[in-house]
Design a protein around this ligand. Structure first.
Ligand SMILES: NC(=O)c1ccc[n+]([C@@H]2O[C@H](COP(=O)([O-])OP(=O)(O)OC[C@H]3O[C@@H](n4cnc5c(N)ncnc54)[C@H](O)[C@@H]3O)[C@@H](O)[C@H]2O)c1
Length: 372
């Protein structure tokens, strides 16, 4: 198969969808890989690294779209790319269709085949191509939180791990899923006094088994949250209710109960945030202060560490990309049910129910395209 890797053109997006190692794996299997000039630069990969791995470099994004049977990307195509997409071309990338109608309509009109990273689903209902970014964001939440606790950045001026003779900082993590667990590992590793709150007893039982002694678990309810925020130095928001807006576990009136200089990192901000006073911020201007409480609410945290994020993402996407290249999307989906929910748009039909419903458009069951 002919595979194209365009350079991401979305603002501040430095990730790339294929590393030189990934290119080598595809070339080794008899595929041709074309990478746009400087596509890997933001993640630390030079054009020469790709050519050494057997890929070819093309000068422009138009060249890449024109030659490729499968395009592998990171972010959804943006407006200037719409016209480059060809009928029947396979696009394997994040789409988040339900959040943007013009993209959905453009992909329907293109008659391409859109396989979305975010809806590829394992048998246990986990989302293998979303997990790596949650892992990055969870770990980063503590790195950022520790930083903003410093006095010159308006934090309390407390060192996360303390020092001999001085107690460490208290870290409260709301939600003990992927983000919360990774945040807890980082905070615990730095020596902080960590509490994870969740509503799932099996999840807390698991966390209590695997976490070190400086991590405790506690049932999440309003009473307990109100009690715990009074002493917390860093609070990480990591709650997710699939398909729904995050619940506001910390409301505006609770800020007055916190210590001045407390830092809030609401990772769940992309789902509306679990802290009422959080609104999305950017890496250029990541924080703001309300009632002496520092709010960090960057909606695309992994974007700040493109090297790590690219490797984490491509580790997860490459096995699927290889299947798609080897077999074509139809046979690959017939043989691997994890890919089936990834199919969102095929030849002008929306085959993912929630996307069709989001915009009141026609829905065609994906099975229509999977029979021989
Ligand atoms: N800002 C970013 O850059 C970024 C990056 C990656 C992920 N995220 C977001 O982070 C959030 C968490 O993602 P995840 O992968 O950890 O999800 P997850 O599903 O693995 O974990 C969510 C956890 O929240 C718990 N929960 C649900 N209701 C709760 C409540 N009332 N109180 C306490 N816990 C509750 C669940 O039991 C679960 O353990 C999501 O909104 C995700 O989109 C943001």
């Amino acid at each position: 198969m002919i595979i194209g890797v365009p350079k991401e053109i979305k603002n501040n997006e430095n990730r790339v969808a294929l590393t030189p190692a990934g290119a080598q794996e595809l070339v080794k299997r008899g595929h041709q890989v074309f990478v746009q000039h400087t596509a890997g630069e933001g993640s630390g990969f030079a054009d020469d690294d790709y050519t050494a791995a057997g890929a070819a470099i093309l000068p422009t994004i138009e060249d890449v779209y024109a030659i490729a049977e499968m395009i592998i990307k990171v972010k959804e195509p943006i407006e200037p790319e719409y016209k480059l997409i060809k009928e029947g071309q396979l696009l394997f990338t994040y789409f988040h269709f339900a959040s943007y109608e013009p993209l959905t309509k453009a992909m329907v009109e293109s008659k391409s085949v859109c396989l979305a990273y975010e809806t590829v689903e394992k048998m246990d209902r986990s989302l293998p191509l979303l997990v790596p970014m949650s892992e990055v964001a969870g770990r980063m939440a503590v790195q950022k939180g520790a930083n903003y606790l410093e006095k010159p950045l308006k934090g309390r001026g407390i060192l996360l791990g303390g020092v001999p003779g001085v107690l460490p900082a208290k870290v409260l993590i709301l939600g003990g899923g992927i983000v919360g667990t990774q945040a807890a590992w980082m905070a615990a590793g730095l020596g902080a006094d960590v509490t994870i709150m969740d509503v799932s007893i099996p999840r807390m039982r698991y966390l209590a088994d695997v976490m070190p002694a400086n991590v405790k678990t506690m049932m999440s309810n309003e009473y307990n949250v109100r009690d715990m925020i009074k002493d917390a130095d860093l609070i990480v928001g990591a709650v997710l209710i699939p398909g729904a807006k995050a619940p506001h576990l910390i409301t505006r009136d609770m800020l007055k109960d916190m210590k001045p200089g407390t830092v809030l990192v609401d990772v769940a901000v992309d789902q509306g945030g679990c802290i009422e006073t959080c609104k999305p911020t950017t890496h250029e201007n990541p924080t703001y202060i309300i009632d002496d409480v520092v709010h960090y609410c960057v909606a695309n945290m992994p974007g700040a560490v493109p090297y790590t994020s690219t490797l984490a993402l491509t580790n997860a996407t490459l096995p699927y990309a290889i299947q798609l290249a080897n077999k074509g999307w139809k046979k690959a989906a017939q043989e691997n049910p994890e890919l089936v929910p990834g199919l969102n748009v095929i030849h002008g039909d929306i085959v993912y129910k929630a996307v069709a419903e989001a915009f009141d458009m026609d829905y065609v069951p994906v099975e229509k395209y999977l029979v021989d």
